[in-house]
Design a protein around this ligand. Structure first.
Ligand SMILES: C[S@@+](CC[C@H](N)C(=O)[O-])C[C@H]1O[C@@H](n2cnc3c(N)ncnc32)[C@H](O)[C@@H]1O
Length: 198
């Protein structure tokens, strides 16, 4: 287990990525082609910034990446990147995202995870609530036809959440990237083609 953790950590360090999580987004992109050149991407829960780095490289300078976290990120000197410190579940912050983008995003990424209390039931409930909040945020800021990549957690509420995602998007897949730590309860939902509201 630790060997694998070390391998991704060292690889990320060598490549100049701020987190090993960068490899999860790279794998998700390789499998599902989630981000295109020129896309406008919102990254929820972006500290320390590995996903922002990957997304910025994929969109290029014609695109835009807005990273949001309650924790402040070290700035990037990348013209396509904007960083916001705040709570992604706050409707005022979601409005700021729409204003900064000048419209809706092509892709919403959420790698958000709650602070753990160590009490399983409490942590499962918090994680689930955060996933639902990310989904609500995506509904507000994503354009019809857009893509959502959402970190979710195994638990009693997962099936209901997945049913909700399936009702909103044309194609929904769940996957566990190789860079995910063994024993972790997390997996990723890739939802493509947000249906237009009826
Ligand atoms: C696993 S880390 C993200 C790693 C990141 N994707 C990367 O590549 O470096 C999860 C982040 O979610 C953030 N987070 C949790 N709840 C949040 C919220 N309500 N709004 C914004 N960020 C949140 C945490 O502060 C934490 O930094």
């Amino acid at each position: 287990m630790y060997e694998r953790k070390d391998a991704f950590y060292k690889r990320a360090k060598r490549a100049g990525y701020r987190s090993r999580a960068a490899y999860k987004l790279l794998e998700l992109h390789k499998t599902f082609g989630v981000i295109k050149r020129g896309d406008r991407v919102v990254d929820l829960g972006s500290w320390p910034g590995g996903w922002v780095q990957v997304a910025a490289a994929l969109v290029g300078t014609a695109g835009k990446v807005i990273g949001v976290d309650v924790v402040p990120l070290e700035p990037f000197s990348l013209p396509q990147v904007t960083l916001l410190q705040g709570d992604a579940t706050d409707p005022a912050l979601q409005q700021t995202l729409l204003t900064l983008l000048g419209g809706r995003a092509d892709v919403v990424l959420s790698d958000m995870a709650p602070k753990l209390s160590g009490i399983r039931e409490v942590d499962e409930a918090r994680a689930h609530e955060l996933c639902r909040a990310a989904l609500r945020c995506a509904q507000r800021v994503l354009r019809p036809g857009g893509t959502l990549v959402l970190k979710v957690f195994m638990g009693p509420e997962l099936d209901a959440l997945l049913a909700e995602v399936r009702a909103l998007f044309a194609t929904v897949r769940t996957t566990r990237p190789e860079a995910t730590r063994k024993g972790s309860a997390e997996l990723y939902v890739v939802a493509i083609g947000l249906r237009a509201p009826v």
